[in-house]
Design a protein around this ligand. Sequence first.
Ligand SMILES: [Zn+2]
Ligand SMILES: [Zn+2]
Length: 357
Amino acid sequence: MPNPSTTPLNLAMRLAGYGWHILPLSPTSKRPLANCPTCTPTRGAARHPIDSCPCLPAGRWCHGVRAATTDPDRLTAWWRSQPHAVPGVAAGPSGLILIDLDTHATDPPANAATELLPGIDLTGHPIAAHAASIRTGLDTLALLARLRGGTHPWPIDPDHQPVVTVTPSGGRHLWYRAPAAPLRQAIGQLGWQIDIKVGWNYGIAPGATTAAGTYTHRSGHLTAPGYPPTWLAREVARVASPVPLQRRHPYPPPRAPRPDGVPGRYLTTVINRGAAELAKLKLQDGRQRRLSALAYQAGGLLAWSGLPEHQVTSWLIAAGEASDLPTRLAARIVHRALLNGIGSPVTPAALRHALPA
Ligand SMILES: [Zn+2]
Ligand SMILES: [Zn+2]
């Protein structure tokens, strides 16, 4: 008999009581529960504008993170209908910055000096000597802390203590209070195996259990997450805030890592090639169309690839940005086309003869 204080509904209600905006996620895919048929785009059709969607005022969970709420009646109705849904927490509406530190078993990038911390070149820097021992996102964040003069990625000072959660795979989620300045509505990569989620993005609630296991709240106060230390706030703003156009992208399009396994490698190759082509296109119209086609293709391959959706989303948005598309536009194109692609999954069997070397 499960302890009633730990049911998903109880967890959702408790966190909503702290002012966190909650949405229901699938326990297996960890993605938002499916939209109603009206809100599900058919292949090729445009999604309707969320701001005028009747489902949200009517209290349905369509459009994922956009439906997140603190309303106890709405949460009760959702979990009465889907008692096993996993509570997710919307970053922006809850006033949070979510930092994911992964421990995926992939090799660190070949050129650690330029690829561990996107946009930062460590070539010739004394700190580059530490790059060789990097194995996980925790190591990458410690390296960044050292580079920026912080003593530790998460200071012990209570004002700066994040909510720390241990993920089933041994990674960490660090949740900080967001600064007052608006952050862009997207996700970004702070470093190798470090993702940042702000704005209309979400994370799995501390204490929740998915098919992969439990997300264990380790430290920090759920009622009062700390502010990031100054050096980290600056780094987050560097990656997650709009940047003046003329100061953008002295660096090449990001290269997606190549995880083990043919399907994951196939999709990362597709994205890398697409990003390289995108960067060469002169007209913004052409870049928009190419990014949309690339995201649609990636969406079709996503389930088969086994790569996490948030990762693929951030690579695609970064590829759009690197071709000088405005961030918001790139994010909008990617989210729409990727979702459409996910709705038309590609059959892996048809691909097996066409794998890139
Ligand atoms: Zn709907
Ligand atoms: Zn809708």
